[in-house]
Design a protein around this ligand. Sequence first.
Ligand SMILES: [Zn+2]
Length: 311
Amino acid sequence: MGARISRRGFLRGAATAIPLVAVVEAATGRLSLDKLSPNAVTPSDRIVDIHLHFDENNPNFIRDLVTLAERINLTACLLTPYAHRAQVADAAKQYPKQIVPFGFVDLDAPDVLTQIKDFHALGYRGLGELEFVKKPYTDVSYLPVYELASEYSWIVTFHTGIVLRRSFDQPEDVASYRMRAFHLEEIARRFPRLTVIGAHCGNPEYEWAAEVARWNPNVFFDLSGSTLTKMSGRLAEFKNFFWWSGQGEWKTQTPANDPSAFIKLVFGSDSGLDGIAQVVKQYRALFNACDVPASTQQMIMGGTLASILRL
Ligand SMILES: [Zn+2]
């Protein structure tokens, strides 16, 4: 979970790069895509967002999401609370290009396995964002959840790193060490049929996150949250974490056999609908600062997830 980006911040994010201008203006409704050249948006420009939370406070959320998604060529993995499972399952059937349903469960809920089976029966494609756990992710009590998700060959998205504090005056049983990125290594190795996504790239343990991703073909990270804001003046430092581009001696399988270390990233916004374009802009800034090849950028922004989800 991350701070919602204000509409003002979003508008301030309008950039000079042509594709982003199209995204931003389309998102704000100032420019419809039919006013763009026919080639302005192609299937390969599809953005797949691994990290969009269902907004229970917006009664028109599905309508607003679909409108935005059609305008900017977005497919959202929609992280859906159990109570909204049927509504989102229906929406995903109606708008399969815009919505991929993911089940949002509490790993510590006594009926978590039943909930997951219910999600699966409705056509859900994965779980997430797992977070606020009472024990470290690798605790044996959570293994049946991963086993079931593995049977389904699902994608499972975990919050990693520092986590927000929901209450400042009440005791909370919450600790970010239980959600450290290196826990994903054991889960990925025990369950090779799972695709394991770490949200927030382990903030601030980027080095651990990257190294876990390097050795595990079924692990990827998104860079949602505060990281790209915090690092905005020193984005080139990510080359130190994702350092092994072109060094093939590990022979770890990568999507499209892409030799760039940055292939281990996927796009995730973790923002409100009016914040997605700003996160796109932040990813583009990272790509520029780190000389990420165009083909790798395309995989990060959507190609990798489109392939895994067979979109
Ligand atoms: Zn999170």
